[in-house]
Design a binder for this molecule. Sequence first.
Ligand code: ADP
Length: 392
Amino acid sequence: MADLVLVVNAGSSSIKLALYRVTSRGLSLEARGLAEGLGGRGPSRIRVLDGQQTTLLDEALTSAEHAPAIDRLLRWLDSRDGNDRLVTVGHRVVHGGPDRSEPVVLNPAVLNELALLEPLAPLHQMHNLAPPARLAETRPELLQVACFDTAFHRTQPPVAQQFALPRRYTAQGVLRYGFHGLSYQSIAAWLQRNRPELHTGHIVVAHLGNGASLCGMRAGRSLATSMGFTALDGLPMGTRCGSLDPGVVLYLMDNEGLGARELEDLLYRRSGLLGVSGISQDMRELLQSGEKAASEAVELYCYRAAREIASVATGIGGLDGLVFTAGIGENAAAVREQICRHLAWLGVDMDRSANAGNAQTISSDDSRVPVLVVATDEEAEIARQALALAAD
Ligand code: ADP
């Protein structure tokens, strides 16, 4: 008999799942799953594969709601052979608000508190909370834990969290929260285990996925980040604009008559790499495209990323190491190279063949700043956090 930890990461149209076995050497991945086509964007399907990519479950879902997908997964878990015991479910929840700096055991009161944060993360929070709400109904005995994307950044000093707005907005929680914290915690833990001399230094981590942000950290504590009140700020992303002069928003309201929902659609879903290239939000496609607009979008992405890296490094008082992670950070050598070229003045010098091979260290021996490529594992981080609370 083994103890199991389930990780649930629910977005607007999909739920990512991971199942871990608790062993004497830590957590071992048992299976990964994906329910997709949810939220009315069907066709809906759920698939679960084991570590060897063998299919364990693959079927169409009759409903495009989140709750039935979770129900189906639990029925599958129950139907497995053996006496394995699900000890906890860890949920990714984007926003923990100003007070949550640690994961928390979910109960009806906490679920209600987190639902109140929806205005701070309108595209994520309610989807994140749908599976735990369903499980609270159908499996009230199950220990459920919320792990927050904002929590890691609660250690930022006040000056890094404040906007230059009248104080009453700061007091009511209009702050630079920062996101992707679970990814940054996963990288911080990796640095502590594998590169302890860097772990204690001034490190900037670039999480470059569909969403993208930076975190400046020291000794596993976040001190600055490029994202702000929402996950729109900072770097340009697949479809999000990143930092934007708020005057542009006023201009679009006044001169094009755009309302809040239209602006939301423009800034979250039609900007970034997609908006600039007019071709795709997908970095791999843009790098393969021969179109001028594609290379211009990549150029802007890298230029802005480099500027923001220097800004975050200033925020933490130095740059002793730079880490690339997530889909683009881990795989797109051409993007890393362009970004590092802009940072040559800071003493960043790349080893081009190590970079082309996605090596762990991609800086040259002469580089003043070591540059690393490290795979992030947000699901494993959630499992670790949930299990730690379950063991308490
Ligand atoms: P998410 O934020 O959805 O988890 P990922 O971290 O998987 O996203 O990152 C997705 C991005 O990574 C996409 O832009 C994709 O094109 C890019 N990507 C993945 N593999 C490669 C590759 N080999 N070369 C270039 N870009 C890649």
